[in-house]
Design a protein around this ligand. Structure first.
Ligand SMILES: NC(=O)c1ccc[n+]([C@@H]2O[C@H](COP(=O)([O-])OP(=O)(O)OC[C@H]3O[C@@H](n4cnc5c(N)ncnc54)[C@H](O)[C@@H]3O)[C@@H](O)[C@H]2O)c1
Length: 322
């Protein structure tokens, strides 16, 4: 296969690119490095440096080879920042996706696997969350992704564009030699690992009075390698199906304190905590039902154990900061 990967220098795109290359596939990475480093591009990949905003660069890159599909990871990902700068998120994520879709249509590329998000749902009415749950994002980041899903649906109706939107929950873990390296980092697991490495004094817990087992928020963590598997299955399924929307999660939630305990077990570090008030807009529980993709595409998470997810992230985190 030959796959065009936007955002392929980032955490998830870079992981999928490495897994494709290791399996003998060809990869073209399209990234503007606004939130990543050139050194994250794996050897063996073709690099096109450019922005989603630049249709002519996209068209010439997409027209340069016969691709089996596009995997579209490039986006800004900070929900908090999006509350302050919604225009940045709609411009980069939504308008950027529209430009990519236009370039795909102009060059005859018909298949796209899109990185969507649990943030499309907002505050859930029921958990685990099914794909037909109410879609009510509580921040512009989630809205920018939901609007992209809507655009792909209409491009499918009008032009037969084939798409799979995968709504990820919390992605974590690492493969050998590559993992999460966001700047700034806002994800819980790398922040706790920073404490274990002595890069931070303590980890902040926001709210201990939620209606959960220990009062802290519950989230669903999916290993990045399992997520990569889902992308390959989705791209293959686009051979015969023209649109799909699936949740990708473990189906099992862990509280913030359970995650901290797991890091204590894996690293042997005490991990001091600092308790703060709840943050506005943080739902108590976000857990996915991924039964649909398991049933339809035969996807199965292989690395669901929280301690294993954290052990792989810990190995990478030490390497990154060594
Ligand atoms: N990390 C998670 O837990 C999570 C959860 C749900 C959804 N997602 C989605 O998965 C995707 C990948 O996330 P990630 O954690 O790997 O993020 P990341 O920040 O590590 O990677 C995103 C990449 O996209 C690039 N990029 C951004 N805007 C661009 C543009 N206009 N043109 C070209 N390149 C651009 C960045 O430079 C970066 O390399 C995103 O679309 C994100 O919304 C991530």
């Amino acid at each position: 296969m030959n796959v065009f990967i936007t955002g392929g220098a980032g955490y998830i795109g870079g992981t999928v690119a490495r897994m494709l290359l290791a399996a003998g596939h060809q990869v073209t990475i399209f990234d503007n490095f606004c939130h990543s480093r050139r050194s994250a591009v794996p050897s063996g990949a073709t690099l096109v440096e450019g922005s989603l905003a630049d249709r002519s660069v996209l068209e010439s890159a997409l027209g340069a080879a016969q691709f089996d599909g596009v995997m579209h990871f490039a986006a800004l990902i900070e929900a908090g920042e999006s509350m302050k700068l919604p225009e940045l998120y709609f411009r980069n994520n939504t308008a950027g996706t529209l430009t990519l879709l236009e370039a795909m249509l102009a060059t005859g590329q018909q298949k796209i696997v899109f990185s969507s998000t649990a943030a499309c749902y907002g505050e859930p009415e029921r958990t685990p969350i099914l794909e037909d749950a109410r879609l009510a994002p509580t921040n512009p980041y989630g809205e920018s992704k939901l609007l992209s899903e809507h655009m792909m649906r209409w491009e499918n109706v009008a032009h037969g564009l084939r798409f799979a939107a995968l709504r990820y929950f919390n992605v974590a873990g690492a493969i050998e030699g590559y993992g999460e390296n966001h700047e700034p980092e806002s994800h819980l697991i790398p922040l706790i690992l920073d404490v274990a490495l002595g890069r931070r004094a303590s980890i902040k817990i926001f709210g201990t009075n939620y209606p959960t087992a220990d009062g802290t928020c519950v989230r669903d963590y999916i290993h990045v390698e399992d997520l990569a598997d889902a992308h390959l299955l989705a791209l293959a399924a686009l051979e015969t199906r023209d649109r799909m929307i699936y949740n990708i999660g473990n189906g099992q939630g862990f509280t913030v304190l359970q995650v901290i305990d797991s890091v204590r077990r894996v690293t042997g570090h005490a991990i001091p905590v600092e308790v703060h008030d709840r943050r506005p807009g943080d739902p108590a529980v976000l857990v996915a039902s991924s039964e649909a993709i398991q049933r339809d595409l035969g996807w199965k998470p292989r690395h669901g154990e929280l301690d294993n997810i954290i052990a792989s992230a810990w190995k990478w985190h030490r390497l990154l900061h060594s």
